[in-house]
Design a protein around this ligand. Structure first.
Ligand code: ADP
Length: 632
């Protein structure tokens, strides 16, 4: 007999085992889903790797579940790719694998709490078997020629033993993997009952592409739902397939089941989940559609079948037009896959357009998936449809929940208004205080509110929609708006007449002299009503938020040079005009000029050092409180 070696489990496996064994999770049956799914992967791998080699026998690829009540065992066996001793140590001894790793990460993100809630949503992997087992024995023989079979045993308490089999013992082990689960007493009745096991297989593994036999009887039924005629499929079957695919227990938000003959032949079954996943975090590779050729799985999560901005879509594509033995490298840059992707993308966008007719449903979609979806601004081929699917909060909404499409905006536009205006800000409240939007309120012109940096890239890339130009409110030309009638009475201070022109000009010159190179220019504004001043970009088109993004990308911390616009109808500005007229060297005018400028910088998020500003405010408050006290 070959020597037996004993190994300790890696720390994180011990941790995983600890969590699984002690969790209150009640659906212990998912261990079977994990073992069957591993077996199915092993069969897929064998088929792919050994496509043109002789696998040694003609036995059908299948998964066999066998029970033995007396021995208290349940066995899951496959005639798949198998594992060598080294592979067993690497695969079952470490945790670099998909399922378990993302489970642990999700658990970490949840602050270590709620393991029970998270378990069912992940492929927790092989170790979940220890929820029901007090020991496990794996026998495996790799498909590689001349591989000796190996036995792996462990009670899941901290270590495992491995030995190579020889002689008669070895001869009795066929290619593939055989996992013998010795059940804890309390699980013997449940998991040695073939009817119960068939139910579990049907529930979690019905769509596995290989026959699953429970004590010799076929337990899974529908291998390729996407190839069945649509009218024969029930909602329940779609849901079953969806949860098989995603482990998501909720119903999908939407289903797209299509069959296409030209320009390429393919069938696809796609789902939009109710909840978005954190694609930015640990799951950023966990997307793509499963690719089948004539019902045979070729690649899981193929990322060329849909564009990245539709990565929330889950599903399968099956085509007759590819050879079964196509290699992964060829798939990457395959014309046919590109054609499928082009057609499927159009279909998915069409489906979303249909969904958008139901405002509430689409609002749900938008809340969950828009962060990912917005990256579609780069899809120039579908620009028009994409733009039609965009939604924004706007000045016309009652609250932050409201969503407006570009169409709706256009339908409300003023006669002759050929521009769609938008503004970027951290919140509705902040945007309501933005001086640049005052004139829009005064004229009753709607402004779309942008809250995420990507929104600006979207607007920039679209540039126009229908025959409307997309224009940042901040750089709107006042003359475009001036001609519209006022809908809102001007604030009191603006009702007063503007100061005489020369005196105003003198103030502008003085302020420019005070601020010097810090500003590109100082001029009178016609866009302001309630605020005394604002900053605008000298080039007249870059918005301050886009400017900030560009600066961040270029690691540029300098303060941009902007044009300071003063509102001639504002009481403060009128007072300054008077003071300046009386004394061209008045110190208060200088102080006020700096204060106005720095407050405007602060509002735009550019003020590098608030000390001077705060000092000035305190000085002014001290003075004014003195006057106020005296006047009382
Ligand atoms: P995951 O399936 O998420 O990768 P598991 O812990 O379930 O994680 O399995 C770890 C690895 O062990 C698998 O990735 C696979 O390489 C190997 N493995 C598990 N079961 C089998 C099997 N029946 N046949 C061949 N290899 C297997």
């Amino acid at each position: 007999m070959a020597a037996q070696a004993t190994y300790e489990f890696k720390a994180e496996i011990k941790q995983l085992l600890e969590i699984l064994v002690h969790s209150l999770y009640t659906e212990h049956e998912i261990f079977l889903r994990e073992l069957v799914s591993n077996a199915s992967d092993a069969l897929d791998k064998l088929r792919i790797e050994a496509a043109d080699k002789d696998t040694g026998d003609d036995a059908p690829l299948e998964i066999r579940v066998q029970t033995d009540k007396d021995k208290k065992t349940l066995t899951v066996a496959d005639n798949g790719i198998g594992m060598t001793e080294t592979e067993l140590v690497e695969n079952i001894g470490t945790i670099a694998h998909s399922g378990s790793a993302s489970f642990l990460k999700a658990l970490k993100e949840a602050g270590g709490n709620n393991a029970d809630g998270i378990i069912g949503r992940f492929g927790v992997g092989f170790y979940s078997v220890y929820m029901v087992a007090d020991s496990v024995r794996i026998l495996s023989r790799s498909h590689r020629e001349g591989s000796a079979p190996v036995e792996w045993t462990s009670d899941g308490q901290g270590s495992y033993a491995i030995r190579e089999l020889a002689g008669d013992e070895a001869a009795a082990v066929p290619r593939g993997t055989h996992i013998e689960v010795h059940l804890k007493d309390e699980f013997v009745t449940e998991f040695t009952d073939p009817e119960e096991l068939k139910r579990v297989v049907h529930k979690h593994s019905n769509f596995i592409g290989f026959p699953i036999l429970v004590n010799g009887e076929r337990a899974n039924t529908v291998p390729a739902l996407w190839r069945e005629p649509k009218f024969q499929i029930t909602k329940e079957q779609y849901k079953e397939f969806y949860s098989f695919l995603t482990y998501d227990k909720e119903e999908p938000m939407d289903v797209l089941h299509t069959s296409v003959d030209a320009p390429v032949q393919f069938s696809s079954l796609c789902f939009i989940p109710q909840k978005s996943k954190d694609f930015m975090g640990f799951d950023h590779e966990d997307w793509g559609l499963d690719l089948y050729v004539r019902r045979v799985l070729i690649q899981r999560q193929n990322k060329n079948l849909i564009p990245q901005y539709l990565m929330f879509v889950r599903g399968v594509v099956d085509t007759e037009d590819l050879p079964l033995n196509i290699s992964r490298e060829t798939l990457q840059d395959n014309l046919l896959i590109r054609k499928i992707s082009t057609t499927l993308t159009k279909q998915l966008l069409g489906q979303l357009t249909k969904m958008a007719e139901d405002k509430d449903k689409y609002a749900k979609f938008w809340r969950e998936h828009s962060r990912v979806f917005k990256a579609g601004y780069m899809d120039f081929a579908n620009r028009e449809t994409f733009a039609g699917l965009l939604r924004f909060n706007s000045s016309a909404c009652d609250d932050a929940e409201g969503l407006v499409s570009l169409e709706e905006y256009i339908s409300r536009a003023k006669p002759d208004q050929k521009k769609i205006y938008f503004a970027f800000g951290p919140s509705r409240e902040a945007l309501k205080l933005n001086p640049h939007l005052e004139i829009f309120r005064k004229k009753g012109v709607e402004v779309l509110y942008l809250f995420e940096p990507i929104d600006e890239f979207v607007m920039d890339a679209l540039h126009t929609h229908k025959d409307f130009e997309l224009v940042p409110a901040e750089v709107a030309k006042p003359e475009d708006l001036d001609k519209l009638p006022d809908v809102e009475a001007a604030p009191e201070e603006a009702a007063a007449p503007a100061p005489e022109k020369d005196a105003m000009t003198a103030l502008l010159v003085r302020v420019k002299a005070v601020l010097g190179d810090a500003v590109a220019d100082v001029r009178a504004s016609s866009r302001l009503t309630g605020s005394p001043c604002c900053l605008v970009n000298p080039d007249g088109h870059t918005t301050s938020s886009m400017d900030k993004i560009m600066r961040a990308m270029n690691h540029d911390n300098s303060v941009p040079k902007k044009v300071l616009e003063l509102n001639p109808t504002h009481a403060l500005v009128r007072n300054l005009v008077d003071l300046n007229k009386a004394d061209a060297n008045d110190a208060f005018v200088e102080q006020a000029a700096r204060q106005l400028f720095e407050s405007a910088l602060l509002l735009e998020g550019y003020l590098p050092d608030p000390h001077a500003l705060v000092g000035r405010v305190q000085e002014l408050l001290t003075k004014s409180s003195g006057w106020y006290a005296k006047s009382k």
